[in-house]
Design a protein around this ligand. Structure first.
Ligand SMILES: Cc1cc2nc3c(=O)[nH]c(=O)nc-3n(C[C@H](O)[C@H](O)[C@H](O)COP(=O)(O)OP(=O)(O)OC[C@H]3O[C@@H](n4cnc5c(N)ncnc54)[C@H](O)[C@@H]3O)c2cc1C
Length: 483
């Protein structure tokens, strides 16, 4: 029996995988490609998460693809609209016909002799194999099976319902119920105002606060530009405008953390009731952008607090009781429903095993080249977006780079490219330079970044545009070979 071969094999049909397919298909209409997707749906994150109010916390002019304008009035979009945007992108270019659903890739094995990968996926309880010349991972960054839920003492004696946002029961009725949301990250900050309108009361129970920035849900400038200039030109201008604003806020946060802290505090104070205890509930212990900044579109969480529909409790959980949660301080919070918005579990490369010429690749011993390929691993690219800006900004650049790389290989008749680090002065750094708990719990399983280019982790979009869209392909660290 012959094994099917495709020129490019993409793993994952989320935002990145569909974008990657679009770039590959547009640049090389005659190349064969397929997408293997573990689930039965397109969209990844935006199909999986179904909790009330699920939305982006980036603007869609940068979370959208460079090649497909976001044309809706809302810049901070809800999950279903983002999912529709991804699905429509796949349908319009016929990408959906290339997706093999329910194919969970478990292993990829490279042979230098044959210059190809053999990829093994589980499908319908059986193992299927495909071969490919180029392996392109778009597997996201977390476990799909389960999120992170710490075991709290006494959880089993709680008489109400406990749910994790990653597995939201479609029939959960929270109307008129007392809801406690454990957590203070983007998901909690989204859930609290979304549930507050129907629940009797929503309490955000946090161990420590996060920074929350208020932004308009609609971008008036973007909408006006669209009227004046049409979708495409307006989109490109708004995209750069938003990149510039986000970069400015990020750089200011790193260089003048005190100033940004005070601006965020003043903005929160303006929206909260007089005499509200901002120090306890809205003053984080870390500096702005040590962790991702949470977003409140049109100040929704502050409005829910002001109206008495929601409140914040800051403290450590001692235990669950039959009727709620008891804190270390001794106080209790009553609950009918507890939502554990306690985060994700990181997973590197969708849990796949990588083998090169018979040897298992030990990921922590590899170094990431331009934050998208691995030292010693040929014809292999992965997509991990920015942590300080929209994921898709990087995902699009990775695709553009792959197109340039494949063109370069075609032009010179190369069949292999492999990033090689033989510079002893390059020192190791973490691949995700981010202090969030979910990153710290798993970062030791990830490849490393390096102390200088091209191994250094780029976290500046403008810098990466120069580097990935226009930089030299044959830069000395990338080695090429013909079979
Ligand atoms: C609730 C939530 C909100 C977010 N909001 C934002 C935001 O506002 N801005 C932002 O920039 N980022 C945000 N992110 C990060 C978000 O994940 C990215 O924006 C983006 O959706 C990632 O797309 P992706 O395609 O790379 O990964 P995913 O969306 O995770 O998709 C990966 C796909 O790969 C598949 N897959 C994984 N492993 C395998 C395997 N072994 N075999 C086959 N298939 C596999 C999965 O089933 C999935 O379909 C958010 C994340 C979450 C969880």
């Amino acid at each position: 029996m012959t094994t099917e071969h495709v020129d490019v094999l993409i793993i994952g049909a989320g935002l990145s995988g569909i974008g990657a397919a679009h770039h590959i298909h547009s640049a090389f209409p005659r190349r064969t490609y397929a997408i293997l997707e573990a689930r039965e749906a397109i969209g990844g994150t935006w199909d999986l998460f179904r909790y009330p109010g699920v939305r982006s916390d980036s603007d869609m002019h940068t979370l959208g693809y460079r090649f497909r304008p976001w044309t809706q009035a809302k810049s901070i979009a809800d999950g279903p609209s983002i999912l529709e945007y991804i699905r429509q992108t796949a349908a319009d270019a016929g990408i959906d016909r290339h997706i093999r659903f329910s194919h969970r890739v478990v292993k990829a094995s490279w042979s230098t002799e044959e210059s190809k990968w053999t990829v093994t996926a589980e499908h319908d309880g059986k193992q299927v194999e495909l071969t490919t010349s180029f392996l392109y991972l778009c597997t996201g960054y977390y476990h799909y099976e389960a999120g992170h839920t710490p075991e709290f003492p006494g959880m089993s004696q709680f008489g109400g319902t406990v749910v994790h946002p990653q597995h939201w029961p479609a029939d959960l009725d929270y109307k008129g119920k007392k809801v406690v949301v454990i957590g203070s990250g983007a998901t909690a900050v989204t859930l609290v105002p979304a549930m507050a309108s129907d629940a009797e009361h929503v309490t955000m129970l946090q161990r420590s606060p996060s920074y929350i920035a208020t932004m308009p849900g609609e971008d008036k400038i973007a909408n006006r530009l669209r009227e004046l200039l049409g979708n495409r030109r307006a989109y490109s201008i708004t995209r750069w405008k938003n990149v510039a604003v986000a970069t400015l806020i990020y750089q200011l946060s790193r260089r003048r953390p005190g100033l940004v802290k005070s601006l965020l505090r003043k903005a929160a104070a303006r929206q909260l009731p007089r005499d509200y205890d901002i120090d306890t509930h809205f003053t984080p212990r870390y500096q702005p952008w040590d962790q991702r900044l949470c977003l409140a579109p049109d100040g929704d969480i502050f409005r829910a607090i002001r109206r008495g529909r929601a409140s914040v409790v800051t403290g450590h959980i001692r235990e669950f009781t039959p009727t709620g949660i008891r804190l270390e301080s001794g106080s209790t919070v009553d609950a009918d429903i507890v939502v554990t918005a306690t985060g994700l579990r990181l997973l590197v490369f969708g849990g796949m095993r990588l083998i090169v010429d018979g040897d298992d690749v030990k990921l922590p011993e590899t170094m990431a080249y331009k934050g998208m390929m691995l030292s010693g691993v040929p014809n292999f690219v992965f997509t991990i977006g920015y942590t300080n800006a929209s994921w898709t900004l990087k995902a699009d650049l990775v695709s553009e780079y792959v197109v340039r790389l494949l063109r370069h290989m075609d032009a010179h008749g190369y069949s292999r490219c492999v990033p090689t680090n033989d510079d002893p002065t390059v020192t190791e750094q973490p691949l995700l330079d981010f202090q969030a708990g979910y990153v710290l719990r798993a970062i030791h399983e990830f490849p490393k970044a390096g102390s200088r280019a091209p191994w250094q982790l780029g976290m500046s979009y403008a810098h990466d545009v120069v580097n990935l869209r226009f930089g030299k392909i044959d830069d000395g660290a990338m080695r090429f070979a013909r079979t």
